[in-house]
Design a protein. Structure first.
Length: 443
């Protein structure tokens, strides 16, 4: 019904919900033409709120109305952000929880302070104005405070282009159901308590609903933190294992070199008489070449991955050169350095392994220019590399450039404000990663 409190509150509710959702989705991966999409999505949301009919006034229809408007906002978020739907649901449920917490806190304040006695609270059916100057100030302060706390405690924990996929999707749906049930309970309380105005009942119901939403929000982000910790632990464990492998390899190399150096003393005595053993010299040369594979860049994680790949290249007759200043990579976590360079080098080595030995060449270069830090990896390749959205597409004839590895590289780069570009021409594949060194980062 046009002009009723519920009719106009739909627009207020949409503003509250979109503001809350903005807290949680602003770091998600945006689609192309994001600004135009955002304007169109906002128009769709407000049009839905304005045009959604209000034929009856009861708890069931009110609950259906707000849940339906929430579904519209979720679809519009999907329109604007290139994210799996489970990520959209994660942010949407969190945002709806925060909106409902703020709504309940506002109602608790005006009821507890007695402001509600001077305000018509049958907001879904009365045609009188709901907000006064006093309630308007309380409303604004309550929502700003609740949204600010929600951002500090929860929303800012969502990493840019981060993965919000928690292990138990079923549990996420249960948390969503808890929030939706709280909304239904609130509607029942609204339509059945204000007629006789039972202050104690209203406050107890509001407190219970608020606590339920807060607990659901804490559990939701607790699951996300556990998933992130588990991922980091797996990366750290993998890095630790590689460190052990490098230590074992270095020890074996040193022992071998010491042995060859001992033999070399005896071979040197024969050099003057022309009796040097060519096979022995070749073994010594090979040992020294292995020793040269140990890389020191100033970054322990980069040292590990480059040493490992140098040994791999040496054993497969791949010419690998690396000019890298690891000290400039201090702004990237060790586990991410290992993953980024590991995936890039694995792809390059896999590609050249199918080539003749004279074309098995891989080169890595890092360079800083002002506030820009670049990583460039080049290698030869055969066949055709197809690109989609700037990334290689997997084909049976080009499995060396599988999309997963490059997508992982792109995800890590974007997490640190970087960008990835790929060039494949004239038989040379080039992977470029460019970082902007901002405030607080090494320059």
């Amino acid at each position: 019904m046009f002009g009723s409190q519920l009719f106009w509150y739909k627009l207020i509710f949409m503003t509250e919900l979109l503001s809350s959702e903005a807290l949680f989705v602003h770091r998600l991966k945006r689609r192309r033409f994001f600004a135009a999409r955002a304007v169109g999505a906002t128009a769709i949301c407000y049009s839905a709120a304005l045009l959604f009919p209000v034929p009856v006034y009861n708890a069931a229809y009110s609950s259906f109305l707000f849940i339906a408007l929430f579904a519209v906002t979720a679809l519009c978020i999907k329109l604007c952000f290139d994210e799996p739907f489970v990520n959209i649901i994660f942010c949407g449920v969190a945002a709806y929880s925060v909106q409902h917490i703020a709504f309940q806190c506002y109602n608790i304040i005006i009821v507890a302070t007695g402001i509600a006695r001077d305000t018509p609270l049958g907001i879904y059916g009365d045609s009188e104005p709901y907000y006064t100057v006093t309630t308007g100030l309380v409303y604004a302060m309550t929502y700003i405070f609740c949204y600010w706390i929600a951002y500090l405690c929860f929303a800012r924990r969502i990493e840019r282009n981060g993965n919000l996929r928690i292990k138990s999707v079923a549990l996420l749906l249960i948390l969503a159901a808890v929030v939706l049930v709280s909304i239904v309970i609130n509607a029942v309380v609204t339509y059945n308590s204000y007629s006789d105005y039972n202050k104690t009942f209203i406050l107890c119901a509001g407190a219970g609903i608020t606590i339920s939403c807060v607990l659901a929000l804490c559990l939701q982000f607790g699951l996300l933190s556990n998933k992130n910790l588990e991922t980091e632990l797996n990366k750290v464990y993998h890095l630790w294992r590689e460190e052990q492998k490098q230590f074992a390899a270095s020890k074996a190399n040193i022992d071998l070199i010491n042995l060859k150096c001992h033999d070399l003393k005896h071979q040197i005595r024969k050099i003057g008489s022309g009796q040097v053993n060519e096979r022995a010299l070749k073994e010594i040369e090979d040992t020294v070449n292995i020793y040269d594979c140990t890389v020191k860049t100033g970054n322990s994680a980069l040292d590990i991955i480059l040493t490992e790949k140098s040994l791999l290249c040496g054993s497969n007759h791949v010419s690998f050169t690396a000019i890298a200043d690891g000290e400039k990579l201090g702004f990237i976590a060790d586990v991410d350095i290992y993953t980024l360079f590991g995936n890039a080098l694995d792809n390059a080595i896999e590609a050249v392994m199918r080539l003749p030995e004279d074309r098995r060449v891989v080169s890595l270069t890092t360079k800083q220019s002002g506030k820009l830090f670049s990583v460039s990896l080049r290698n030869f390749y055969d066949g055709e590399v197809r690109l989609a959205n700037g990334l290689p597409v997997t084909t049976k004839s080009d499995s060396g450039y599988h999309g997963f590895g490059v997508k992982s590289i792109k995800e890590i780069a974007e997490r640190y404000g970087g960008d990835v570009s790929v060039v494949a021409e004239d038989g040379v594949f080039t992977l470029n990663v460019l970082f902007t060194l901002g405030d607080g980062l090494p320059a």
